[in-house]
Write a protein that binds this ligand. Structure first.
Ligand code: ZN
Ligand code: ZN
Length: 259
């Protein structure tokens, strides 16, 4: 009934107890989890997890932190991975001008190239934008109508939300919406049309209240769902159903799998 559209189950943080994490996710009512690669190695792990666990789906792409390591073979490898079973998106790709772990010029170029890949493969894209709102919009604008996908853990203002929605994107809300000081985020969440709203954990990062500061895991998406339902004045079951239906449609996730 509930889909976590963005987690990093392939990361080392889950190596010691991945089975239990997935078990708790099932107990929390999750029907599917999209696990999102950030390096080529992690993309391979994500695809392997999707193969192993029925409710897990994978996205493959190189995170802005890691794009400095892209070489000639990377795109061929991503192309091959993208064709594997249960790979549902290109991502995460984008810009991170907060940490600047890759030079900005490299981030811009690699983001554009990976958007080209999503267009070429006709797959949705999962976009990471941290402190790079204007540049993100500038790269997306000329591609209007050629891309579909989601701005994950959306952190822009209402004007940016409007423009992204206008371009056809979904917006995904993560744990920070539950934080006490996140009034702007809650304002923006209120403006997202229900048919474009997704929900995620970004586990192991960004644990929602009351787990803040701990390792995040997909089961905790329930807290974010509860908070969002309150903000939107919807029954929580309705919010879970709607966001799961949106995720199924965007990522082409079937309706029959369950944990
Ligand atoms: Zn991200
Ligand atoms: Zn992420």
């Amino acid at each position: 009934m509930l889909i976590d559209t963005h987690a990093h189950l392939e990361m080392e943080a889950f190596d010691s107890d991945r089975d239990e994490v997935l078990k708790r996710a099932a107990e929390a009512g999750l029907a599917a989890i999209v696990t999102v690669g950030t390096t080529l190695t992690d993309c391979q792990k994500a695809v392997a997890l999707a193969r192993r666990y029925p409710p897990v789906y994978a996205a493959v792409g190189i995170h802005p932190h890691e794009v400095k390591g892209i070489d000639a073979g990377t795109y061929d490898a991503l192309r091959l991975l993208a064709r594997q079973d249960k790979v549902v998106a290109i991502g995460e790709v984008g810009l991170d001008f907060f940490y600047d772990l890759s030079p900005r010029g490299v981030q811009l170029r690699r983001f554009a190239e990976q958007l080209d890949l999503a267009e070429e493969l006709d797959m949705p894209v999962i976009i990471h934008d941290r402190e790079a709102h204007a540049e993100t919009l500038r790269i997306l604008r000329p591609r209007k109508g050629r891309l579909r996908g989601v701005l994950h853990c959306f952190s822009g203002d209402q004007a940016m939300a409007r423009e992204c929605l206008e371009m056809g994107f979904h917006l995904s809300v993560a744990g920070p919406v539950t934080y006490r000081k996140a009034d702007q985020l809650r304002e923006v969440a209120r403006e997202i049309p229900l048919e474009r709203l997704l929900i995620e954990t970004d586990a192991p990062y960004l644990a929602p209240q009351p787990h803040r500061g701990k390792r995040n895991e997909p089961a905790y998406v329930v807290e974010t769902a509860g908070c969002l339902a309150e903000i939107l004045r919807l029954p929580v079951g309705e919010l879970k159903r709607l966001t799961a239906a949106n995720a199924r449609l965007l990522f082409g996730i079937g309706g029959m799998e369950s944990l």
